[in-house]
Design a protein around this ligand. Structure first.
Ligand SMILES: Cc1cc2nc3c(=O)[nH]c(=O)nc-3n(C[C@H](O)[C@H](O)[C@H](O)COP(=O)(O)OP(=O)(O)OC[C@H]3O[C@@H](n4cnc5c(N)ncnc54)[C@H](O)[C@@H]3O)c2cc1C
Length: 206
């Protein structure tokens, strides 16, 4: 991290905490024609490995499984920072950038447990409730791992950093906090009557 390097953190605990709270990873790669793509995906984490999955038919999955360099970023937005000057407006955030190369997990049992990790990352407790993938479903899915060897976190907290000359301006300054709102679980339209709401759905929090 070069700009505002004091906001950088290379500690695994910080990086892991941001990855564990995030839900969407933006996965960037350059395809064979030189065209960069940044694609949103869900993900999971297993120790120092980031886990991704998708259809075997997906161009992105095939390209990454072939060993293309990849950059993955996860961002949590914590607030809007309103300064007295337009220049010093900012956002409070926690973000991670991972650089590396993805590898396809070809071993069926490792791939299955990586998929469980991804599901558990999204909805803790869900793998104990839902049907496990069949061999056919596993064969339709590419599971990739990206080592968290080259990764950085960047974090901004606190209020606006206005110029001393602007502190006397008659302009409100401060932070509008942002967080993810969780709604009440909505049953599927074709749910059989009498099935109670899943504990994992009731327990979901951020
Ligand atoms: C929150 C979220 C989570 C997702 N999680 C996963 C996941 O875990 N695994 C997975 O395989 N897919 C996931 N998707 C879908 C994913 O973003 C891609 O659409 C998909 O993987 C691309 O498949 P492809 O390689 O067949 O398409 P491509 O051949 O890569 O895409 C064809 C073209 O479609 C456009 N395109 C592709 N994806 C998107 C998009 N999401 N939004 C707008 N335009 C797009 C691009 O211009 C691209 O050139 C997720 C999407 C979202 C929004």
């Amino acid at each position: 991290v070069k700009r505002l390097a004091q906001r950088a953190d290379y500690d695994h605990a910080t990086i892991d905490a941001i990855l564990d709270e995030g839900l969407v990873a933006h996965v960037g790669m350059v395809d064979d024609t030189g065209q960069p793509f940044v694609i949103p995906m869900v993900y999971g984490r297993d120790g120092h490995r980031l886990l991704l999955h998708g259809s075997v038919a997906s161009r992105l999955q095939r390209h990454l499984a072939d060993g293309a360099p990849v950059s993955v970023t996860v961002t949590l937005l914590d607030g809007l920072v309103l300064a007295r000057s337009m220049f010093h407006h900012s956002v409070n955030y926690r973000s991670v950038v991972v650089l590396g190369t993805a590898t396809a997990i070809t071993d069926a049992s490792r791939a299955a447990s990586a998929l469980e990790r991804i599901v558990e990352h999204l909805v803790p407790g869900r793998t104990a409730e839902a049907r496990a993938p069949t061999p056919k479903e596993l064969a339709q899915t590419t599971v990739l791992e990206v080592p968290l060897a080259e990764a950085s976190a960047k974090v901004r907290t606190g209020g606006p950093a206005d110029e001393a000359d602007d502190l006397g301006l008659d302009v409100w300054a401060g932070v509008v906090p942002l967080s993810l709102a969780v709604g009440a679980p909505q049953p599927a339209g074709d749910l059989a009557p009498g099935i109670p709401v899943a504990p994992s759905a009731l327990a979901w929090r951020r």
